[in-house]
Ligand binder design. Structure first.
Ligand code: ATP
Length: 252
């Protein structure tokens, strides 16, 4: 079988006495959408934070294209090609949508000093063109010059996805991209994920089961920190343990 893009091998994370992630072994395959699901407190967000480098592992290892990434700083992991978009707002509210994405694109360039990053480079074509391409893909071109703080919630969440895309990632890891969205915004976000999945490997932590079932090629089901099962949605849906643990109950 082909080498997975990301391989989690016996990954665990303890917070004091709580084992939030317990011995999870999971392959993320290239060009697929893998959705991590499970009841509240199952360990999904902790797993997201382990993959993206926010938390160090208690045990195990994580590899990206065969190279170990656990122990790296989050920004170093981004530079290896794994970008993340958060549940929380993660942009500069006073800067425009274009400036936010341009800064992220510029930050990818190791030849720019921090002070150069903070200067305005509106005439510098590379990052500006890259940022405009991202805004176009997100259908946000018409608000390119609006301050991020003035955008609707759904647009702000898409802007965050844009900031992650500006890093030109091979893999995008998203934590609840539809959280707090209206039904219309949820549909737009689902369509955006489907569009992005055409050329980016995606890992999505998501509560909305309608979104999950439509976008995912594979489901990874967590319960009490452990991986209950992983596989194609149709197979996982029929798994009795999954029905008991999650799908039979409230869809959180
Ligand atoms: N920083 C932390 N310190 C201590 N305990 C934590 C921390 N983060 C998570 N936990 C605990 O780890 C367990 C897993 O939490 P986590 O947030 O990963 O679950 P989740 O599946 O993402 O839940 P939800 O669907 O509610 O977001 C919970 O018992 C939680 O209280």
């Amino acid at each position: 079988m082909a080498t997975p893009l990301v391989a989690l091998d016996s990954v665990s994370k303890e917070f004091g006495k709580i084992r939030a992630v317990d011995d999870v072994t999971l392959d993320i395959r290239e060009d697929e959408v893998t959705a991590v699901i499970g009841p509240n407190g199952a360990g999904k967000t902790t797993l997201f934070n382990l993959i993206t480098g926010r938390y160090g592992l208690t045990d195990g290892r994580i590899e990206l294209r065969g190279n170990r990434i656990d122990g790296l700083e989050p920004q170093e992991i981004v530079q290896q090609g794994l970008a993340r978009s958060f549940q929380i707002t993660n942009f500069f509210p006073d800067l425009t949508a274009l400036e936010n994405i341009r800064l992220a694109a510029q930050a990818q360039r190791s030849d720019l000093s921090p002070s150069a990053l903070l200067r305005h480079h509106d005439n510098e074509p590379g990052p500006r063109d890259a940022a405009m391409d991202v805004l176009k893909r997100l259908d946000l071109l018409d608000i390119a010059r609006e301050p991020a703080s003035s955008l609707a919630h759904g647009q702000q969440r898409h802007l965050e996805i844009g900031i992650a895309l500006a890093c030109d990632p091979d893999i995008l890891v998203m934590d609840e991209p539809t959280a707090g969205m209206s039904p219309d915004e949820t549909v737009e976000t689902r369509e955006l994920v489907e569009d992005l999945a055409e050329d980016i490997t995606i890992v999505i932590v998501e509560h909305d089961m309608d979104v999950v079932m439509r976008v995912a090629d594979r489901l990874a089901v967590m319960e009490n920190g452990s991986l209950l099962t992983a596989g194609p949605p149709e197979t996982v849906k029929k798994d009795e343990r999954v029905q008991q643990a999650y799908l039979g109950g409230e869809t959180a």
